[in-house]
Design a binder for this molecule. Structure first.
Ligand SMILES: Cc1cc2nc3c(=O)[nH]c(=O)nc-3n(C[C@H](O)[C@H](O)[C@H](O)COP(=O)(O)O)c2cc1C
Length: 363
């Protein structure tokens, strides 16, 4: 379906709901328990207002950013998301191509339905990072990380908020399982690839410790980010154990329901880390102004989740491309209307309620 008539990211979801089977749509859209955190993720951005600057002489603008020395055309990455071939047969490769064509970075999930090397070789250009769910089998985890490195992934994102699966009631009701012949491609060699087993994942470590970050640093030369932190003290521990970056995230509300939103947790993480690591945030980003708000609170970049899946479901690579283009256009216009020439101009004083106290929090 051609999606070029859609005007914003939110318009994609109801159309994707019509197109996808109930089991697949629910899996993608679902949060845990009452979906309170899913809703809060978007609502939290809607409670924040901006203090735009005028007369800034900013007709020429740039959204460029560099993270770990890796240039990106905008501070927007594709969040790691499982099972993209359920949305469209072109799956992860279509998303990788759409992102690369725009100079944006995609984070590929451990639970991808295409092999890491196939996603990489089909799409030579473009930065890709690899998101790791740590296997209990550390040798298999090490092999996967080293494969990612060899085939050109540029950072490892260790997701730590999924030691157990959140209580996703719709998935239980629908008896969710990956529909055959789809399978999780990046499992240890002797693992069962059955769809339901992949979802429940007894292979993943359920006893994560900070020393696992040190272990990961010892098996890769790539930058390591820890994804799924919502507290300043945890962020500091991550840095003390060697993390190069933090992704402030509640996993799109799919793990602990009533967990705080990423954007609301961001100020304390920024303060605690105090410049010692790159900080990214995700959850509920749907508008260009949401990106501005996250950057004004001190994030280097944001990750975009579900709208990518809706674009993929509706029109494959072109649908994802349109979702990204809409968000990029919105971000550019928001920068223009806020009086910013570049991301360096996106500072805490753009936030309504800005005060010296807040300035300390977002320093
Ligand atoms: C369908 C789906 C699958 C996901 N799979 C993963 C995953 O495999 N690894 C991971 O770290 N996060 C995963 N996430 C969480 C996202 O990376 C991200 O934190 C979240 O979706 C961002 O929120 P948003 O969807 O509101 O933009 C998944 C999210 C969704 C919606």
């Amino acid at each position: 379906m051609d999606t070029s008539h859609l005007l914003n990211l939110r318009e994609y979801e109801p159309l994707a709901r019509e197109k996808l089977s109930r089991m697949i749509f629910d899996y993608y859209a679902n949060g845990a328990n009452d979906d309170l955190t899913v809703r809060e993720n978007e609502a939290a951005f809607q409670r924040i207002f901006l203090r735009p600057r005028m007369m800034a002489g900013n007709a020429a603008r740039s959204m460029n950013v560099s993270i770990f020395g890796q240039p990106m055309n905008a501070p927007i990455l594709i969040a790691p998301m499982a099972y993209m071939m359920m949305a469209h047969p072109d799956g992860e490769a279509a998303v990788a191509r759409a992102a690369a064509a725009r100079g944006l970075n995609m984070v590929v999930s451990t639970s991808a339905t295409m092999a890491l090397e196939d996603i990489a070789t089909g799409v030579p250009e473009g930065a890709r990072w690899f998101q790791l769910y740590l296997y209990k089998d550390r040798a298999a985890a090490r092999d996967l990380v080293q494969l990612a490195e060899v085939v050109g992934y540029k950072a490892i994102v260790l997701t730590v908020d999924r030691p157990y699966l959140g209580y996703r009631e719709a998935d239980i009701r629908n008896n969710f399982g990956l529909p055959p012949p789809l399978e999780v491609k990046n499992l240890p060699p002797d693992a069962t690839r059955d769809g339901l087993a992949a979802y429940v994942s007894p292979l993943f470590e359920d006893n994560l410790r900070w020393s696992d970050v040190e272990w990961l640093k010892s098996v890769t030369g790539l930058p390591v980010l820890v994804k799924g932190l919502l507290r300043g003290d945890d962020a500091r521990l991550a840095v003390d154990h060697g993390a190069d970056g933090i992704i402030v995230s509640n996993h799109g509300g799919r793990q602990l329901d009533t967990a705080i939103s990423g954007i609301n947790a961001l100020p304390e993480v920024v303060e605690a880390v105090d410049g010692a690591a790159e900080i990214l945030v995700d959850g509920g980003i749907r508008r260009g102004t949401d990106v501005i708000k996250a950057l004004a609170y001190g994030a280097k970049a944001v990750l975009l989740g579900r709208p990518v899946l809706w674009g993929l479901a509706l029109d494959g690579e072109a649908g994802v491309g349109r979702v990204l283009d809409l968000l990029l256009q919105e971000l550019d216009l928001a920068l223009a209307l806020c009086g910013c020439r570049s991301l360096a101009d996106v500072t805490p004083d753009l936030l309504a309620g800005y005060s010296p106290i807040q300035e300390r929090a977002v320093r």
